[in-house]
Design a protein around this ligand. Structure first.
Ligand SMILES: Cc1cc2nc3c(=O)[nH]c(=O)nc-3n(C[C@H](O)[C@H](O)[C@H](O)COP(=O)(O)OP(=O)(O)OC[C@H]3O[C@@H](n4cnc5c(N)ncnc54)[C@H](O)[C@@H]3O)c2cc1C
Length: 377
């Protein structure tokens, strides 16, 4: 009998394999991935310096260890070239065809590449997997100053983590304050202040237009005409989903692979979860949504069709300079933020028609996150 085939070997893929195996000791499970298949916990990448962990020490289980622990087969370093829903099979670049009983995309997302003028745009580093992180660590050994493009979760966390090694960060973002998609203004300003206190130089309502090599590293020109220099440039400008492979199988895609509340695509027996999935029109590129996703999908794959129930899913931002938790309202919900607290210890509640629809907290007020989550639920 054909196996359940999962594309990818990240948190979503291994979590799903584990959940299926918890309920069924015998189901055939094959992971096909373009990387080594070694597993690691991606959120650790932006706090590993402070944890004193080398990239090698971030590997939780090697591919063979995962194969044994879960009784699955993992095919590493593979390129899938086409999906053929009519024959329930996929094609590999090696020429091999593999049949599936069900196919699950857990292929994640790619770092967004910014278009920059200048002779050094190719030198920009991205960190969205362990290999990229290895390169970043090698290059940052000799760095004193790192320019980070993007003050979202990943950019702010790297700024804080680099500080733990005595490396100064310069954060540049088109928004008016850090984490602007997750926080209201007042809490963004609290985070901005926390980052300033650890020496992070910040440039908001601005972006890098041009990057050139310079005597000591790189020179970046900003949209407002300012010029800054750094030893290294890291882009943390968000993610985009590569839908090319899914489209070869006639799978409907938008900003991600489109799925319904059962994580099913428009093609029979093909599903998606994790960063690559656009679930009922929404991307959810965080760890927390993966757990309810794998619980429901494992049930569906084992013959009990199940829908996902996403409760409130706060994101904890790993910025010790200003601890922050955010649980923003759905983008389509209109309403108002109410802010309480003082100095950097703030609680923001988002209300729509008198109903709590989101929250965020900073500093000591993050101790209230669980209570706020319960209020929201
Ligand atoms: C630095 C950093 C810090 C983060 N911190 C947090 C945090 O604190 N909290 C939080 O909630 N979220 C955080 N995130 C986001 C979180 O890590 C991701 O949402 C989550 O890891 C996504 O898991 P995934 O399995 O969907 O994707 P990935 O982990 O990206 O895995 C995708 C897998 O698919 C493989 N693949 C890709 N394309 C193909 C293909 N065509 N064929 C076969 N295989 C393919 C890849 O090699 C990889 O194995 C962070 C992200 C980063 C980068």
């Amino acid at each position: 009998m054909s196996p359940i085939v999962i594309l990818g070997a990240g948190h979503a893929a291994y979590s799903l394999a584990r959940e299926i195996r918890r309920h069924d000791k015998n189901a055939g499970i094959t992971l096909i991935t373009r990387d080594s298949g070694d597993s690691y916990y991606k959120p650790n990448l932006s706090k590993a310096l402070a944890m004193g962990k080398t990239p090698a020490q971030l590997v939780l289980k090697t591919r063979p260890e995962q194969e044994t622990a879960l009784n699955i087969s993992v095919q590493p370093e593979q390129r899938v070239t086409a999906i053929n829903p009519a024959t329930q099979s996929l094609s590999l670049a090696t020429g091999e065809n593999i049949e599936y009983a069900a196919l699950v995309f857990a292929t994640g997302a790619e770092s967004r590449r910014l278009a920059l003028a200048g002779n050094a745009s190719d030198a920009v580093l991205h960190v969205n997997d362990l290999d990229e992180y290895r390169r970043f660590v090698e290059r940052s050994q000799a760095a004193k100053k790192v320019l980070i493009m993007g003050a979202g979760l990943v950019g702010c966390e790297f700024a804080n983590d680099l500080h733990s090694q005595g490396i100064t960060s310069l954060l540049v973002d088109p928004a008016a304050y850090p984490l602007a998609t997750l926080l209201p203004n007042a809490l963004g300003e609290a985070l901005e202040k926390g980052l300033s206190q650890i020496g992070c130089q910040q440039f908001y309502s601005n972006h890098v237009t041009e990057l050139n090599t310079h005597k000591y590293g790189y020179q970046a020109k900003l949209a407002n005409g300012e010029v800054v220099t750094a030893d290294l440039v890291l882009s943390a400008a968000g993610l985009s989903v590569d839908t090319t492979l899914a489209e070869t199988g006639g799978i409907e895609c938008g900003r991600g692979i489109r799925v319904n509340s059962q994580l099913a695509t428009n093609q029979p027996n093909i599903y998606a979860l994790g960063d690559c999935a656009e679930i009922n029109g929404q991307l959810r590129p965080f760890i927390a949504p993966i757990l309810p996703s794998v619980k429901a999908l494992a049930q569906s794959l084992l013959g009990n069709p199940s829908r996902i129930d996403f409760g409130p899913m706060p994101v904890t931002v790993k910025t010790p300079c200003c601890p922050t938790v955010a649980c923003p309202p759905n983008a389509k919900v209109e309403g108002e933020w109410q802010i309480n607290g003082e100095a950097g210890d703030l609680i923001a509640r988002h209300f729509s028609n008198g109903q709590l629809t989101g929250f965020a907290c900073t500093g000591k007020a993050t101790a209230e996150a669980k209570t706020l989550q319960a209020e929201l639920a």
